[in-house]
Design a protein around this ligand. Structure first.
Ligand code: MN3
Length: 201
């Protein structure tokens, strides 16, 4: 039962000017598609074949580089496309707003901490907002395609928002200006989806 590349749910140019169409197209059809195909090749005929991606990541043997990199890449990008949106997708509200206010003081405090985590991740990787036991939220970052669900990555919790800070996610438009890309990302967050993930996890 192979994994399939998910649809974006919007056009490649729908996030402009925040994320340009060419970056979106290459990111989806080349990078995410590559992770998907390589994940399928890595699990074919193994005990992992048929498991959910969450179960694969949670019980991952971190020495299994093919599944770690491509399973992480498959999961991370599948989340990434969903937590951003071209049109207004709600305002931070409800239990998630309360959790963010408790952890960071305000939405602005959250944005500052998230931008710092994204900006200081050296090289390629991701920054995350995670839900922890009891409903608390926290920010962390991971290298490469690692993910908070994986054992021992030092994040814990369940990822509900994530930003890809690999150069392939922004370099065509932003070149070395990662902070500008992070700021743009924060302006197109699909808070309805992040809240859904907070309440479902
Ligand atoms: Mn990427």
């Amino acid at each position: 039962m192979a994994f399939t590349l998910p649809e974006l749910g919007y056009a490649y140019d729908a996030l402009e000017p925040n994320i340009d169409a060419k970056t979106m197209e290459i990111h989806h059809t080349k990078h995410h598609n590559g992770y998907t195909n390589k994940l399928n090749a890595a699990i074919e005929g193994t005990a992992l074949d048929g498991q959910s991606i969450e179960d694969i990541l949670k019980s991952l043997d971190m020495a299994n580089g093919a599944v770690r990199n491509n399973g992480g890449g498959f999961y991370n990008h599948s989340l990434f496309w969903k937590v951003i949106a071209p049109e207004d997708k709600g305002r931070l509200s409800g239990p998630l707003k309360d959790a963010i206010d408790a952890a960071f003081g305000s939405k602005e405090g959250f944005e500052e901490a998230f931008a710092k985590a994204a900006g200081t991740r050296f090289g390629s990787g991701w920054a995350w907002l995670c839900k922890h036991d009891g409903g608390k939220v926290g920010i962390c970052s991971t290298p490469n395609q690692d993910n908070p669900l994986m054992p021992g990555v030092g994040c814990g919790g369940h990822p509900i928002l994530g930003i890809d800070v690999w150069e392939h996610a922004y370099y065509l438009n932003y070149q070395n200006r990662r902070p500008d890309y992070v700021k743009s990302f924060l302006s197109i967050v699909n808070w309805n989806e992040v809240e859904r993930r907070y309440e479902a996890s």
